[in-house]
Design a protein around this ligand. Structure first.
Ligand code: NCD
Length: 314
């Protein structure tokens, strides 16, 4: 195996900038492939395992669709129907799946679960969300969306730095944890963090960003809106709260609607990993700046690029 090739994708920190650039180009090619022919057969006879121990619509379905569009097959297990229900450990489940399949997509409530699985698996483990840890494939599709929507990431000749405002549950939102880390690899990015104080970005991630020289500031949503190029909205992660009162105290504390967006630039985008609850009002959906449904479609193209990287002939 080529020295520089990734064996697993458990954290976005392990993905070098050159590979990010390669995946973004490949995702664009996948988009053209799907739009022209629907797909091809390059992953014929390859089998992808999807082990989802937490609910998922987009990540699960876009990985399945990505594999099917490249001619491969899928094998899906979940907590209810597999031997996990009988008490089998994650470790034994992973060893089992590695016997039957060529790569494993894992979503699990425990932070660090993907790394633990990777240490046992002879086949690539791709982290599809490990509790409050990371969601690296989402960060890649988010980057792909920024690039396709804005035309660049970070700097472009003649333009000031790109302002990315992250709004919501920055404490528990794993998509944000991966996205800020990958954005830190690009020059010309200014991050604005907007959250209820109880849901601020964890300190270890802030320290990590500071050590990389990333520009960070903390503002109110109203103050941040006029300078924002990319507004990344997240849902409050209700399932991570230990009691309902704590959730109720922060629920509904921010909302993006047409009124607020009157103060935003005309060329900017609003993103959201979805699912959305009430944090973006549906009356904004028809605004051209509402990029979240296009972002969700991009997930399939980016995941096709990833599957081609891990399973294709290279
Ligand atoms: C996110 C997740 O599962 O972390 N969803 C997704 O994968 N698109 C975001 C969320 O659940 O809020």
């Amino acid at each position: 195996m080529d020295e520089g090739r990734l064996q697993h994708l458990t954290t976005i920190k392990s993905v070098p900038k050159a590979l990010i650039d390669e995946l973004l180009i490949s995702a664009e090619e996948m988009k053209k492939l799907v739009r022209s022919k629907g797909g091809d057969n390059r992953l014929q006879h390859k089998v992808l395992a999807l082990a989802f121990y937490e609910p998922s619509t987009r990540t699960n379905c876009s990985f399945q669709a990505a594999m099917l569009r490249l001619g491969g097959s899928i094998l899906a297990i979940n907590e209810e129907t597999s031997s996990v229900k009988k008490g089998e450990s994650l470790e034994d489940t992973i060893i089992t799946l590695a016997c039957y399949t060529d790569a494993i997509i894992l979503r699990h409530p425990m932070k660090g679960s993907a790394t633990a699985a990777a240490s046992l698996s002879s086949k690539p483990i791709i982290n599809a969300g490990d509790g409050v840890g990371e969601h690296p494939t989402q960060a890649l599709l988010d980057l792909f969306t920024i690039k396709t929507e804005m035309g660049y990431i970070g700097t472009t000749p003649g333009a000031p730095p790109m302002v990315v405002t992250l709004l919501g549950d920055l404490l528990n939102g794993r998509t944000v944890h991966s996205l800020v880390r990958v954005l830190a690899q690009f020059s010309g990015i200014r991050l604005i963090l907007v959250s209820p104080p109880e849901l601020a970005l964890p300190n270890d991630i802030i320290e990590e960003l500071k050590s990389l020289g990333t520009s960070l500031s903390w503002q109110s949503l109203e103050d941040a809106i006029p300078s924002t190029d990319v507004l990344y909205v997240t849902r409050i992660q209700k399932e991570r709260f230990s009691n309902k009162a704590e959730y109720d105290a922060v629920s509904g504390s921010y909302i993006v609607n047409t009124e607020l967006m009157k103060n935003a630039k005309s060329k900017m985008i609003v993103m959201h990993p979805l699912p959305r609850l009430q944090e973006i009002s549906t009356d904004f959906d028809t605004d051209p700046r509402a990029a979240y449904f296009r972002q969700m479609e991009n997930g399939m193209y980016l995941r096709m690029a990833l599957l081609d990287y891990f399973l294709g002939k290279k």
